[in-house]
Design a protein around this ligand. Structure first.
Ligand SMILES: NC(=O)c1ccc[n+]([C@@H]2O[C@H](COP(=O)([O-])OP(=O)(O)OC[C@H]3O[C@@H](n4cnc5c(N)ncnc54)[C@H](O)[C@@H]3O)[C@@H](O)[C@H]2O)c1
Length: 247
């Protein structure tokens, strides 16, 4: 199996794209540390993986808190025996037009999406540097190109791209690849509050005429963490059904 003897951390693994990624990595043979702020969700995903014969633990970690991140990495290594793959998937939105955007909403989104990604990368790279091997995939968004009402979110995701490219440069020689994915509209609970007519309009604007399934983004995470992607680093891969083409 693709990830036999590999240990993976998936942040925000309790639902949506993170849940699909945790389950995909487990199906590919990885032992998975499912990180989430939502304890129940993380336990449910880890439990489902164990029930289908895989190996997984749930870690209650807020990625914006360095002490929790460091403890989560230490626990993962202690209980699963190592750390090879990291998918920084945890992310939040607090949408408002820039004129109405509060300082708190700015700080929170930047703390989770950008600082959280950095903290997890930094904690993971310590062990990856020692072993001379690692795969890191960070999560950007099509919003890196700008999106109405998402100044905080777009800035955080554009920051993730700059962080990814810098880490790719710094970590290439020791054998660690660092890439990012930019999902387009993906059918996860993040979209639950969006009215059906808006969803239909979004689908109409996408060349493939539908939203992505979480498993389709998870498949790209798996590719970028696999040996098939051994010569790819510092890249941003759009998984958007062609939505950004011609923009
Ligand atoms: N769904 C989309 O259309 C879409 C599009 C582009 C990018 N993305 C990005 O993909 C990623 C996953 O999106 P999703 O739609 O699956 O989201 P989601 O809201 O369905 O799930 C996110 C998960 O992250 C967890 N989480 C939130 N804050 C956290 C924190 N501080 N620490 C740890 N875990 C935390 C949540 O509890 C939840 O389980 C996010 O980074 C998001 O920005 C999503």
């Amino acid at each position: 199996m693709r990830f036999e003897n590999k240990v993976a951390i998936v942040t925000g693994g309790g639902r949506g794209i993170g849940e699909a990624t945790a389950k995909r990595f487990a199906a590919d043979g990885a032992a998975v540390s499912v990180w989430d702020v939502n304890a129940e969700a993380a336990e449910a995903v880890a439990g489902a993986i164990r029930e289908s014969g895989g190996k997984a633990i749930a870690c209650i970690v807020d990625v914006s808190q360095k002490d929790q991140v460091d403890a989560g990495v230490a626990r993962t290594i202690e209980e699963l025996g190592g750390l090879h793959l990291v998918v920084n998937n945890a992310g939040i939105t607090r949408d408002k037009s820039a004129k109405k955007l509060s300082e708190d909403a700015w700080d929170l989104v930047l703390a989770v999406n950008l600082k959280g990604t950095f903290l997890v990368c930094q904690a993971a790279m310590n062990v990856m540097l020692e072993q001379g091997y690692g795969r890191i995939v960070n999560t950007a968004s099509v919003a890196v190109d700008g999106n109405f009402g998402q100044a905080n979110y777009a800035a955080s995701k554009a920051g993730v791209v700059g962080l990814t490219r810098t880490l790719a440069l710094e970590l290439a020689k020791p054998g660690i690849t660092v890439n990012a994915v930019a999902p387009g509209a993906t059918d996860t609970p993040m979209f639950d509050a969006v009215p059906d007519e808006i969803k239909a309009a979004i689908c109409k604007s996408i060349p493939l005429r539908r939203m992505a399934e979480p498993a389709e983004v998870a498949a790209v995470h798996a590719f970028l963490c696999s040996d098939d992607a051994s010569y790819i680093t510092g890249q941003l891969l759009y998984v958007d059904g062609g939505a950004t083409l011609g923009c």
